[in-house]
Write a protein that binds this ligand. Structure first.
Ligand code: URP
Ligand code: ZN
Length: 464
């Protein structure tokens, strides 16, 4: 040991370190849960002496622990429960290289904002990865806005609003009111699909007996997302707020956001792996109901526009909108309006993005780091504690074997799901180690995290 310096808890030797601004070979030293030093390959030991554990990471890529800023553990679609819970979803997150998640506090009718936050914090206490919450406004948003300061005191400084869904729909005037109110606190995510277009289309299709899973996609056309995104951007300019278009799925959403970003700041875009891979054609097949989510899957042209948006920086964040339901619950309904909306993906997101993005499409590692971790940390107020590989940051690190090829099967999920839309997919690149606050919580692919080790991450007010 060097005089005056306690030994490192962990030394990661010789990985290719990827940040959102560069890629270089380095040693990474970890002490007391934080990154203690980044040094040239082979230099760390000379600088600080011994380490309790050394991982020889030559040939591996080290990236900031990923952040999945849109997940829905422990919720309901009518009487159907989402598969898994905070413990299993966050365990799956760690296996897949995600060390921080952000879920939602969405009050049910009759529940106050603070009651909801208290009960979500209780539910999440069993999480094994670190977590935060967005507060989701409902149609009863008046009393919720009145206690905005209390919500912020609870450490919640990002928000969500919906332009569709029973009990959640805000019209344009209401959305403007919410945006204006939260702009002093943090960013507002928006589920943007024009409810009037959706409802008219669904009425017409159901009346005509066109109720197959594929008609779910027909009932939610690109136009619905386009109109709602355009409205949200116009309102954002008026309110001078920060917004994040949740799970953008269309070329039109990307184009509107690109133009808004060119003119001024404050418009962020999130998309999800399923919108980057599957077209709505999969919903015509047997078991097409397994692919029902909102917004729906789109066309090949939309997929290309989203990938382009990721490469050029228009798309800010890749999250999962992880919201899996049991296979039987997805397949049982006879008509699309009754199919529970949502799919899983928390365990595969990071590998998917590396394999489909970096390996197949030549996406720069820096962009992967940005959309999977650094950007969500910056947009939602967790940076540089999270999403960052710098001395002083939490030692949340993923070590990925970039060459390993493997075939994914839902049998390997630890998330409590009984199926996956990614079943049988071939990937290049696999997470070998996940380190969370300095603790090796996935060791050679094996989850070792103890229940409840995840920590709630309170965030401070961030005026936009
Ligand atoms: O189909 C989806 N996306 N289900 C989850 C709820 C939401 O809209 O985020
Ligand atoms: Zn969602």
């Amino acid at each position: 040991m060097k005089p005056g310096l306690p030994p490192l808890d962990l030394l990661i030797r010789g990985a290719l370190l990827a940040t959102d601004s560069g890629v270089y070979e380095a040693d990474t030293g970890v002490r007391a849960g934080r990154i203690a030093l980044i040094a040239g390959p082979g230099e760390a030991r000379a600088l600080v002496g011994e380490a309790t554990r050394i991982i020889d990471a030559r040939g591996l890529v080290a990236l900031p622990g990923a952040i999945d800023s849109h997940i829905h553990p422990e919720g309901q679609w009518g009487s159907v429960s989402i598969s898994g819970d905070f413990a299993t979803a966050t365990g799956a997150a760690l296996i897949g290289g995600t060390t921080t998640v952000i879920s939602f506090c969405e009050p049910v009718p009759g529940e106050t904002a603070i009651e909801c936050i208290t009960s979500r914090k209780k539910q999440a206490a069993k999480a094994v990865a670190d977590y935060a919450f967005h507060f989701a406004f409902t149609e009863d948003y008046g009393p919720q806005l009145q206690c905005l300061d209390r919500i912020v005191e609870e450490g919640i400084t990002s928000f969500k609003a919906f332009t569709c869904y029973g009990g959640l729909t805000l019209d344009r005037g209401e959305l403007l009111e919410v945006m204006t109110a939260v702009r002093g606190a943090g960013v507002l995510m928006i589920h943007a699909e024009a409810v009037d277009v959706l409802e008219a289309a669904a009425r017409r299709l159901v009346a005509a007996g066109q109720v197959s899973p594929y008609h779910h996609a027909v009932s939610r056309p690109n136009l619905a997302e386009h109109l709602a995104v355009r409205d949200a951007i116009l309102l954002q300019k008026e309110a001078r707020a920060g917004i994040c278009i949740a799970h953008a799925s269309t070329r039109q959403a990307v184009e509107e956001a690109r133009e808004a970003q060119r003119q001024a700041g404050g418009v962020y875009v999130e998309t999800c792996p399923h919108y980057l891979h599957f077209t709505d054609e999969v919903m015509r097949k047997d078991a097409g109901a397994l692919f029902v989510m909102s917004p729906p899957l789109r066309s090949g042209a939309d997929i290309e526009a989203l990938w382009q948006g990721i490469s050029d920086g228009t798309v800010t964040i890749i999250s999962t909108d992880h919201c899996p339901y049991p296979k039987a619950a997805k397949l049982t309904p006879k008509e699309f309006p009754a199919i529970p909306n949502g799919v899983g993906g928390i365990q595969t997101r990071f590998t998917f993005m590396y394999s489909e993005g970096c390996v197949k499409r030549g996406l720069a590692l820096e962009r992967l780091v940005a959309v999977a971790g650094s950007n969500p940390a910056k947009v939602f107020g967790l940076y540089p504690m999270k999403g960052c590989l710098e001395p002083g940051s939490d030692a949340d690190i993923v070590l990925l074997d970039p060459k390993q090829t493997w075939t994914f099967t839902a049998r390997d999920l630890v998330s409590g799901e009984d199926h996956s839309i990614y079943e049988g997919m071939d990937f290049t690149g696999r997470v070998r180690f996940t380190i969370s606050r300095g603790e090796v919580v996935v060791d050679e692919g094996v989850l070792t995290a103890a229940s409840g080790r995840g920590r709630f991450l309170p965030r401070k007010r961030r005026p936009v």
